[in-house]
Ligand binder design. Structure first.
Ligand code: PLP
Length: 393
């Protein structure tokens, strides 16, 4: 083959989440949308806040050359200033616009972060179950993805297992809290233990380990406190997007933060800019950079997800399903009724229930139910979940 074999392989392999979603769309066209319970994608069903539309309308008054022109690669200074001020208000920090690099969403933020820190032959640790695209972004940055299972009871980070997985090639670890796919939120104690382990292993090995904290669900929590990760570990890089918090996944807007407390700050800021350049991002969408100036503190509509979460957990619990109580994000991690999650998924599919089997997330024996769907979808799916359970009676 003369074209790039790795790129071909990623294209040919496809994401299993997207395959299930495509199957769901075809099935809806065939039997009617109301008869298919598609829980596959993390595509918010809650509309973006009114303030986003108002902001866009105001921007449309600008001269087109100003509105549609290139921005600086790191983003409009006033948009970065708005984000920095918001973070400082919320976390008692003292960040400035130069600590931020605006991106085309979390996918770009994470990919840029790995390209900024990794060299060929490095290893990056992921906590399984994990968002499957992490592997693609780690590998394309020249590194190897090393899976470390979360504690299988609490789904907090198993810090002893992380310590054991670290070696002289370990360049970074990526964590995600509130978590996709489990819905767990890492406690302050768990993050403190992780930071202690990273510092101890750095000292033993004489290396540097970067902690990438991927936080697109930070605001979607049900009463849990989401600790600010850079306050535990200096060598942290934070990646964020507005895909979930403001329901803007198609608009591609987010950021990378290199905290000014990071001891490698100045080099990292340049490496992040270099990675953005290398990957051809040029700048984040200009219109949505302006939306950030107006909407950075708009609250997320957590109430709607909380209602869905309640209906789903109460319904499944009555039927006798086991699951991990989610503290955040909008996914429910449910124990498959047989050891092989793929086989269990086939039985779900036969009833037009479309969750995602856990193997896609690097962990056997579970399914992920995305509850960022309409409330009706959840309520109307209950008879099918009951039928499924009855098959295992
Ligand atoms: N990280 C996690 C944990 C996610 O769940 C997602 C999207 O679902 C992303 C990153 C990518 O988000 P974005 O749409 O902002 O690229």
């Amino acid at each position: 083959m003369t074209i790039n074999e790795k790129s071909y392989a990623y294209g040919a392999a496809k994401s299993s989440i997207r395959e299930i979603a495509a199957y769901g769309a075809a099935r809806k066209a065939a039997i009617g949308a109301e008869n298919v319970y598609d829980f596959s994608l993390g595509n918010p069903s809650i509309p973006a806040p009114e303030a986003v539309r108002d902001s866009i309308a105001r921007s449309l008054e600008l001269p087109p050359t100003q509105l549609h022109g290139y921005t600086p690669a790191s983003g409009l200074p006033s948009a970065r200033e708005a984000v920095a001020k918001s973070l400082n208000r919320r976390f008692g920090t003292a960040y400035g616009p130069n600590d931020l690099y605006l991106t085309c969403g979390a996918a770009a933020s994470i990919s840029i972060s790995f390209h900024a820190v990794c060299n060929a032959g490095d290893e990056v640790i992921v906590i399984a179950p994990y968002f499957p695209e992490y592997r693609v972004w780690i590998e394309t940055a020249g590194a190897t993805c090393v899976e470390v299972l979360a504690d299988q009871t609490t789904f907090q980070i198993d810090t002893e297992a992380v310590a054991a997985a670290i070696n002289e090639r370990t360049k970074a670890i990526i964590i995600n809290s509130p978590n996709n796919p489990v819905g767990s939120v890492y406690t302050a104690q768990n993050l403190q233990d992780l930071a202690d382990v990273l510092r101890a292993r750095e000292a033993e090995l004489g290396t540097k380990i970067y902690l990438v904290s991927d936080e697109p669900y930070r605001e979607i929590v049900y009463g849990a406190d989401v600790p600010w990760v850079p306050s535990f570990y200096d060598r942290t890089i934070v990646t964020y997007s507005y895909s979930k918090s403001l329901s803007l996944p198609g608009e591609r807007i987010g950021w990378v933060l290199v905290p000014n407390t990071n001891p490698d700050h100045d080099e990292l800021v340049l490496a992040v800019a270099g990675a953005g350049r290398k990957l051809g991002f040029v700048c984040a969408p200009a219109l949505f950079q302006r939306v950030l100036m107006d909407c950075v503190d708009e609250p997320s509509d957590v109430e709607a997800y909380a209602r869905n979460r309640k209906a789903l957990t109460e319904g499944l619990s009555k039927l006798g399903y086991e699951y991990i109580e989610p503290d955040g994000a909008f996914y429910l991690w449910v124990k498959a009724l047989e050891p092989d999650a793929e086989a269990f998924f086939e039985k779900c599919k036969a009833l037009d229930l479309l969750p995602v089997p856990s193997d896609s997330f690097g962990c056997p024996g579970w399914i992920r139910i995305g509850y960022c769907v309409s409330y009706e979808t959840i309520v109307n799916s209950m008879p099918a979940w009951a039928k499924l359970k009855a098959q295992y009676a």
